[in-house]
Design a protein around this ligand. Structure first.
Ligand code: NAP
Length: 248
């Protein structure tokens, strides 16, 4: 058996339609996991599933809106038999709605919590029962360095990402004796659609401000998620792994 072999495991990755989530899903599949690809955009999920199938991996597309909390447990119950016993949950999907606090609307605040935090709570709760029954599980959530050190203009986002850390550390303690680990990856500035939507020059300013050598890529994050999702990380739980090029 090779290191980080996920053969026989089933993973569910949220936000698998693009960016960090898609890179995680492709890597987990390459390591042998059967992967449920969850997000809203079915067309992009199909593309990701085709990429996985092209290298003999197994993927199932699950159209899921994490802001639609009532539908999440229903969707989980309807997963096909081969993909229903989820061993690895990657809570990756997330959104921003940036503004300075003085201008931030309640809607901007609420939308971000609904997806980044409440969506994670509802989905994790729906899947953790099966993990407890099978006495095995890996829960890896993608937070952000903004949730660790804060970021001006992102009070809503940073609060949701800090909340994700508190949620994960608490859950790690609850599940210590169940063979389920719960960890967090906190990326720095990663080149994806999310950061492309930032004002021009944001990346360069970020590099300068933090004295970094380069911006991150999705390929920098996926291996960190793979490690925490693997058998080899069975003695690691309640941790936050920062992948930020030295920023923190
Ligand atoms: P991205 O390219 O914008 O992708 C976001 C993903 O989340 C997409 O797959 C999107 O799919 C999904 N998503 C958004 N809203 C959703 C909803 N309501 N229900 C289900 N899925 C939803 O972002 P990314 O940069 O890859 O970010 C991935 C994660 O890393 C996020 O949690 C983000 O906060 C975190 N992060 C990113 C950076 C960075 O610099 N990029 C840094 C730190 C942390 P659909 O649109 O198809 O639903």
């Amino acid at each position: 058996m090779s290191i980080f072999d996920l053969s026989g495991r089933t993973a569910l990755v949220t936000g698998a339609s693009r960016g960090i989530g898609r890179a995680c899903a492709v890597l987990l599949a390459r390591q042998g996991a059967r992967v449920v690809l969850a997000a809203r955009n079915e067309g992009l999920l199909d593309e990701a599933a085709n990429e996985i199938a092209a290298s003999a991996g197994e993927a199932h597309v699950l159209a899921l809106d994490l802001a639609d909390h009532e539908k999440i447990p229903v969707a989980v119950r309807q997963l096909p038999k081969d993909f229903a016993a989820v061993d690895i949950l990657v809570n990756n999907a997330g959104i921003t709605a940036d503004n300075l606090l003085a201008r931030m609307t309640l809607d901007q605040w609420q939308r971000v919590q609904d997806v980044n935090l409440t969506g994670v709570f509802v989905l994790t709760k729906a899947l953790v029962r099966g993990m407890m029954r099978r006495r095995y599980g890996r829960i890896v959530s993608v937070s952000s360095v903004a949730g660790v050190v804060g970021n001006a203009g992102q009070a809503n986002y940073a609060a949701s990402k800090a909340g994700l850390i508190g949620f994960s550390k608490s859950l790690a303690r609850e599940l210590l004796s169940r063979g389920i680990t719960v960890n967090v990856v906190a990326p720095g500035f990663i080149e994806t659609d999310m950061t492309a939507a930032m004002p021009e020059g944001a990346g360069d300013r970020f590099l300068e401000q933090h004295g970094l050598v380069r911006l991150g890529t999705v390929e920098d994050i996926a291996p960190a998620v793979l490690y925490l999702a693997s058998e080899e990380a069975s003695y690691v739980t309640g941790e936050v792994l920062s992948v930020s090029g030295g920023m923190t």
